[in-house]
Design a protein around this ligand. Structure first.
Ligand code: HXC
Length: 513
């Protein structure tokens, strides 16, 4: 126990040891840094100013009056990343499992309030068993106060959540209310209740990893936006994310010097196979368009049939939303709709123009999808694009069929510019399906049905499966060659710099959650 007459340096050193040397060794042995080491690794050297280092809990039940919890299990303050201010807190698992009591919560809400007032991003490093059981309702009150601030700050300042340990209850619900969640293989676990509670309540045996390991959340649940191999790689992802974002919604993202795409990327005109039924990786197109071919993919492992992430064009941050023909032909389904819609809203909130690259056969049909609510989930994409007022530009690369044509930032949903490559097909459905329906009678009555079908497919292709019908109606604004894409996008972004658009006054809309 700390002595009353200790010097400042002694007091600080004592607190900075957290749960003590043995607990720190245990933390290191499990491949984890301590809370202070994490803050030091993430922030610019010597930029951290700690707040409430001497705060202590005021509890007395369950022997808490005899328990000293250094820093109350959380390190909080402000600092800089690449010279730009951030608020940060890191829960200290060595102190009672990083569990959250009222003092711990108030340290967090204090830096959140500062972040909102000073208009800077807030980064939360979560390594916590959730509400401190011994504190009962006080701990729940603490989480409530955090959730309220997460919600108030949502879309105003970037909020990034890092999961670096077994996180339960509020330690995962607060991240769920923030903009991005980062997980690390073998270290991050997220669940509303851990395996012990599950065994007690349901009699089910499950490991922490199976229940809520990093891969589970990056690939299956979609709760995580970034997956990294280790903590340092995770911190690098956070720094890269911040470089694309403004400090708050009151600013535009910082511009950087324009850089041409890498000369080693594939020739943009050769990426899409001549056989229109063959897949390709849409990330090759992004690499051929983006500055230095750099792309920070978000939710890479979840719903890979749509690709979302940040890049730059002519030094300007942009958000790419691209159908991925490599998976499920790039269809929109429940998960890919959720993924795209949220990313569109994120870009809109932080003044990041959206570049949509479209090549898809529409929404995924089927009983599974219908029962999983594809109507509701798919509508999120329509809603997100329609309500976004940031610059919205679409390039149709190959196929734009049915609902997909409308959903993927069509002019009808408010796109500012819709461009198409020359060999695209824009129609209600593919020529095969269309011919089978509208020429059903002619095909059935023909002597040589196969030849008749082929002719009718060709007739439909010539009439509708090209960009010129849509172009003649002004539904698309221009037909460009693949080689012109980057230069045209640069001009379009320049043209959009002063964009101002408003929506009818309302308290808030009702997106199809
Ligand atoms: C108090 C806690 C604690 C908690 C962990 N500890 N969680 N103390 N309150 N919530 C303590 C342990 O007693 C232990 O103390 C130390 O932290 C390390 O925990 P271990 O269990 O030894 O670690 P591990 O085996 O890695 O398991 C981690 C864990 C597990 C999976 C997080 O501790 C666990 O299941 N904790 C409870 C999770 C939970 O249900 N929390 C309440 C959520 S409700 P010693 O002294 O032994 O080192 C909530 C409300 C929000 O958060 C609601 C949102 C809507």
């Amino acid at each position: 126990m700390e002595k009353q007459n200790s010097t400042l340096a002694e007091r600080k050193a004592h607190i900075e040891l957290g749960g003590g040397s043995a607990a720190i060794e245990k933390q290191h042995a499990s491949g984890k840094k301590t809370a202070r080491e994490r803050i030091a690794a993430l922030l610019d050297p010597d930029s951290f100013t700690e707040i409430d280092q001497f705060a202590t809990h005021q509890e007395h039940l369950f022997g808490m009056d005899k328990k000293e919890l250094p820093g109350d299990g959380v390190v909080a303050g402000t600092g800089t990343i690449n010279g730009r201010p951030v608020a940060i807190y890191a829960q200290d698992f060595t102190v009672m499992g990083g569990s959250l009591g009222l003092t711990h919560a108030r340290k967090i809400t204090k830096v959140m309030d500062l972040a909102l007032k000073m208009k800077m991003p807030c980064i939360g490093i979560n390594d916590s068993g959730g509400a401190r059981i011994q504190e009962g309702v006080s701990a729940l009150a603490g989480y409530g106060e955090i959730f309220l601030r997460n919600t108030m700050a949502s879309g105003v300042i970037p909020q990034l959540s890092v999961i670096l340990g077994p996180c339960a209850g509020g330690a995962v619900y607060s991240p769920a209310l923030t903009d991005m969640t980062y997980v690390v293989d073998g270290i991050s676990k997220m669940f509303i209740t851990g395996p012990n509670v599950i065994k007690t309540v349901l009699g089910e045996e499950v490991s922490q990893e199976e229940l809520g390991g990093a891969r589970v959340h990056a690939e299956v649940s979609g709760n995580a936006h970034f997956f990294a191999e280790n903590e340092d790689a995770c911190f690098d992802q956070i720094k890269r994310t911040l470089s694309y974002l403004p400090q708050s919604n009151a600013e535009k993202p910082q511009r950087t010097a324009s850089k041409a795409p890498k000369s080693t990327t594939k020739n943009i005109a050769d990426i899409i196979p001549a056989d229109k039924s063959q897949p390709y990786d849409v990330r090759d197109i992004i690499a051929a368009i983006a500055d230095d071919s750099e792309f920070l993919e978000i939710q890479e492992l979840f719903a890979p049939n749509i690709v979302t992430g940040f890049g730059r064009i002519d030094g300007q941050s942009v958000g790419f939303v691209a159908n991925q023909p490599l998976y499920l032909a790039g269809v929109l389904d429940c998960d890919s709709s959720d993924k795209a819609a949220r990313f569109i809203m994120l870009c809109d909130a932080y003044n990041i123009p959206i570049i949509t690259l479209e090549d898809m056969p529409g929404y995924l049909p089927g009983t599974d999808q219908e029962h999983a609510g594809v109507i509701r989930h798919g509508a999120k994409v329509l809603y997100a694009y329609s309500q976004a007022t940031v610059a919205k530009i679409t390039v149709i690369l190959r196929k734009a069929y049915g609902g997909g044509y409308i959903a993927m930032n069509s002019r009808h949903l408010g796109a500012d510019l819709v461009l198409s490559w020359p060999s695209t097909e824009i129609a209600v459905m593919g020529p095969e399906g269309a011919a089978n329906i509208i020429f059903k009678k002619e095909i059935a009555e023909a002597e040589d049905q196969a030849t008749m079908r082929k002719e009718k497919v060709q007739e439909y292709t010539d009439l509708f499966a090209n960009p010129y019908v849509a172009a003649s109606k002004g539904f698309i604004d221009g037909v460009i060659s693949p080689e012109e894409t980057r230069a045209t996008l640069i001009k379009a972004l320049k043209m959009s710099e002063g964009k101002e658009e408003s929506r009818p006054a309302k308290k808030h809309g009702l997106p199809p959650f």
